[in-house]
Write a protein that binds this ligand. Sequence first.
Ligand code: PLP
Length: 386
Amino acid sequence: MKKQTRGFSTNAVHAGEASHRFGDAVTVPVFQTSNFLMNDDKYSTDENLDNVYTRLGNPTISALVDKLNVLCNASYGVFFSSGMAAISSAIKPFVDRGDSIVSCRPVYGGTLSLFEELAHAGVAARTFTATRIEEVPPLIDHSTRVIFAETLSNPTSRLVDIENLAVMARSHNTLLIVDNTFLSPFNFRALEYGAHIEIHSLSKYINGHSDVISGYACTNGADLLEKMWKTMSTNGSNGNPLDAFLTMRGAKTLGLRMQAHNRNGEAVASLLSRHPGVSRVEHPSLVEDRPACFGGCDGFGGIVYLELPSKEQALRFMRNADLMTEATSLGGVETLVTMPSLTSHAGSSEYDLLAAGISSSGVRLSLGIEDCEDLLSSIMEALSVL
Ligand SMILES: *Cc1c(COP(=O)(O)O)cnc(C)c1O
């Protein structure tokens, strides 16, 4: 079996192989402070410890985390109530007043809000252009604790050179935290290229059916796991077992779905890039010199960003195609369309939008797994009435 597809069979994790969530070396502080519980045999086995209370652990959640760890080639993972819970729990334990973060620009709108909140708490975020990591070293100083990047920046779909960012992070002794939601572990696994923590909003491709909000962070560092897990348990940002069950069911078809998203993303980007009425199209399949770490990608998913000559035309296009539903999410089986300036980035100023490369006539497509020819003709029809 090819390396990339390892773990994508439905039986990737067999019960007997499922490792204890914390490995052998990690002690979990919450149980240390309640040692009186340990005096009773009832609580003394690992299995009972894992399942003593659902905020701390649950068999369904453990089964999902074990599977996601296999998909991401990670030793440890934590399941959260949302992608944002995962992102904030992966950053907050590692920064303090006076520290700084270096982040790619643009980033997901919720992450941008988190950076604003952190700025009020005395943690500054300095930003670099997603496609230009040479801007990073001058931004790093003794206060820098975290480099944050999205593998594919949201919403403009630009690849960020994770492998070389990891080299920079190591030479400056900072953490590299990567939000890999847009590519999914089927196409790319950030830990394999040196990221310390990889994050997924499970609400998107991994669950894939637009009916769950949850998140996941994984790492190979036991110390990093311990900090994220503690933040999850004290903040109560644990995911719940029903969402874990639904996400597990979705994850079983991730490989099949991603092949369809990859195919549709590439075909639609190609069609739009050849259409004279479209001013700009972004999808990694259209870029010739991609960073080397993406050389083994099976594809680049179904997120395509385009711009039309005017905002009115963008609105008409968005509302005209019968196979596209106007909605803000992404990564599900059905094709969704949105205008980032009206939704995910509505809180950004004109200046920030410009800096992030987002136009008020910009449209983000999340192509689903529909038949490719049907999608192409639906999009052609929507373009024909502009
Ligand atoms: C949706 C999304 C998030 C946030 O995930 P939620 O599950 O909605 O909290 C973070 N990053 C990216 C890239 C996303 O698309």
